[in-house]
Design a protein around this ligand. Structure first.
Ligand code: ARG
Length: 466
């Protein structure tokens, strides 16, 4: 970066009688972070020049010079040869200045009929669209990973929890398909957000539109946007899509943090429900026995910064009068960090989840220990004619006895059980088994292995249609 003490910006310095203060130039510059949108800036400029030539504002020769120059600049940037300058403030003016340096006066014609206000709004939308498309693929990859682990565990029995207390047995596959449903909503939210991202603000110019005979439908088509925006003031000031994206990202991170929490618990010696391959863990520099689930922990932690960005962006836009205000330059860093954090977190989970191995024996043991078939016994009593509240009471007493004795319901003798309710018969043991308990919940959305298999098939069809 070049940075001198005295500088008058060539692009807008005309009315200024002294150079801008060197600190102010640095303070107001955005090039250090908005250069990330260079590719989109060039893409937008090429479409703009093409449209200007079509409506006769530029000659075909001027258009060709501009496009050639911009294409070369794109390559310079890709090769890391482009020299970014803080004096030139932002990505837009850096690229335009370089274009003029390369092709002369024609470069100065590119900015006809537009402003950086509609230019930056266009760049961010193009950038967001690219990122959302990539993120949608990552969410799909994550869902496939969940499915592959679920498929191997349709019959694996584990305790289901409420209040983190053993509640009823479920299959591990069923638990994983709950994750799948969460990820499915994440996918839908992102895809929905993309619809409102994919609208073209270019043509709004500074705020009121432009006097040139521009063809905004053409520019929209060239850039793959659904349509042009319908109000120039709104076009340059709207950042709803950035807030929406960060909100969708926050919900996805919230989901990842919940799964992370479960993975952290399940890998602990106290649960020992799963095996997380070593490549997703790290050790301790002091305790030789340690294998820490750093990846889930870090994702859980990173959720906080994304929430922070959401509140940051909402607050950035709060009370802003129309139309563009320099405040809006502050949208980029939170947005970029949200993208990076979500990309990294999704990648880590999409790689890690299919590599997890369930420790079915430990899950089974835990389910057996927690009186998880107590509800099944109550339902059994109801089928024998007992009112549910009375059945609840009877089973409660049996559980109390089991707690004292250190025995599960299925480990009691028929005589012992009959001591709590004389309607209990030999067939009670069928409902007291974990297998019988899960298999009995055999309806759409239930935990029966047959239903989990059906859910997996449904999900596969859903993913195949993408
Ligand atoms: N760097 C600015 C931004 O990110 C570009 C638009 C500046 N427009 C202006 N009139 N100063 O918002």
């Amino acid at each position: 970066m070049t940075d001198t003490n005295k500088t008058t910006n060539q692009q807008w310095g005309g009315r200024f009688s002294e150079p801008v203060d060197a600190f102010v130039a640095r303070f107001t510059a955005s090039v250090e972070f908005d250069q990330r949108m260079a590719k989109q800036d060039i893409q937008g400029s090429i479409a703009h020049a093409t449209m200007l030539a079509k409506v006769g504002v530029l000659t075909e020769d001027e258009r060709d010079q501009i496009i050639l120059g911009l294409t070369e600049i794109e390559q310079e940037i890709a090769r890391g040869e482009f020299e970014w300058s803080v004096e030139l403030e932002d990505v837009h003016m850096n690229i335009e200045a370089r274009l003029t340096q390369k092709i002369g006066i024609t470069g100065k014609k590119l900015h006809t009929g537009r402003s950086r206000n509609d230019q930056v709004a266009t760049d961010i939308r193009l950038y967001m669209r690219d990122e959302i498309d990539f993120l949608l693929e990552e969410v799909t990859r994550l869902q496939q990973g969940i499915l592959s682990l679920a498929e191997r565990n349709t019959d694996t029995i584990m305790p289901g929890f409420t209040h983190l207390q053993t509640a009823q047995p479920v299959t591990f596959g069923h638990h994983l398909m709950a994750w799948y449903e969460m990820a499915q909503r994440d996918y839908e939210r992102l895809a929905d957000c993309r619809k409102r991202v994919n609208i073209l603000p270019l043509g709004a110019a500074a705020l009121a539109g432009t006097t040139y005979p521009i063809d905004r439908n053409m520019t929209a088509d060239l850039l793959g946007f659904e349509r042009p925006t319908y109000n120039s003031l709104d076009s340059v000031s709207d950042r709803d899509f950035a807030i929406e994206f960060t909100a969708a990202a926050s919900i996805t991170m919230m989901h990842l943090s919940r799964w992370a929490e479960e993975l952290v618990m399940w890998t602990s010696a106290q649960f020992n429900f799963i095996f997380l391959p070593d490549r997703f863990c790290t050790g301790s520099s002091i305790m030789p026995q340690k294998k820490n689930p750093d990846v889930p922990e870090l994702v859980r932690g990173k959720t906080g910064r994304v929430y922070g960005h959401l509140i940051g962006l909402l607050t950035l836009m709060k009370s802003q009068c129309l139309a563009y205000n320099k405040d809006n330059q502050e949208d980029k860093e939170p947005l970029f960090d949200t993208v990076d954090t979500l990309r990294g977190s999704l990648r880590a989970f999409a790689d890690m989840i299919p590599a997890i191995e369930a420790r079915g024996e430990y899950m089974y043991e835990a389910a057996r220990r927690g009186f998880s078939t107590a509800t099944d016994l109550a339902d059994y009593l109801v089928r024998k004619g007992v009112a549910f509240r009375d059945a609840h009471e009877i089973v409660g007493k049996a559980v109390g006895f089991g707690v004292q004795e250190g025995r599960d319901l299925s480990e009691m003798s028929l005589e012992e059980l009959q001591g709590f309710g004389d309607m209990i018969e030999q067939d009670v043991f069928e409902v007291l088994t974990l297998e019988g308990s899960v298999a009995a919940r055999d309806h759409i959305g239930g935990t029966a292995p047959a239903q989990v298999k059906a859910a997996i098939e449904r999900a596969k069809t859903e993913l195949a249609a993408r």
